[in-house]
Ligand binder design. Sequence first.
Ligand code: BGC
Length: 273
Amino acid sequence: MSKHIAIGVDIGGTGIKAAPVNLKTGEFADERYRIPTPQPSTPDAVARTVAKVISRFEPGRKTAIGVAFPGVVQHGVVKTAANVDDAWIGTNLRDIIRDYAGHDVYVINDADAAGVGEATFGAAKGVDGVVLMTTLGTGIGTALVVDGEVVPNLEMGHILVDGQDAETLAADSARERLGLDWDGWSRNLQKYYSEMERLLWPDMIVVGGGVSKKSHMFLPKLALRAPIVPAKLLNGAGIVGAAAHAHHHDLRDRAAAKAAAKKAEKKAKKKGQ
Ligand code: BGC
């Protein structure tokens, strides 16, 4: 696999999706592959499926792989699991995927991955100031992109709106579960995004998730201060962002390992003199 290609994997509440991504263009280098998320979505079942989607693309030893997860991921460890099995909490995501896939991976929250994707190749690219990335899917994912950098693990999908967890009213799954038409769902979205604006004052709001390809059905109904636009990468933002995140960290780790090896060599030479 060329060194400009990394694999991105996006673990969702309903599907596990992956594709190789061309990091020069942000485009998929092959067709996306999706397997439904196993139910119950326990760590072993999910990790086995992630390994399966990764192996489909036959990564080389040096191919960087990024995995996006739908919960807080702090230093590789899962801290919350709103829309996947609770058994994930406390699990080292990086270790378990490596065990099943036989390949090192870099891990990141799914909304943060979407933020990286949109900041690098999409609607948030080159935007001055603060961009609020949101993903409307099984849950609501949020990321703040500040001058191209993502502030990790912002869990603003769980703020209270009308006394309820916002994602139970305004996620795409809520639209389906509550049987809302576009007008009804847009009213919930309006409340949610107005609250976001009151708290965060973004310069731009980006909407991702599967429903973003139908954004013409609800975005024109919203009245907000900041421009609100669909993710340019649509539902692929998480895959692209996970791949870009992995590529970036892989380069950084390789450079650090090289520098450390050089230093050790110098020290050994000095000792030998
Ligand atoms: C989780 C977030 C996640 C979002 C989208 C929320 O329920 O708490 O971490 O980013 O869903 O998957």
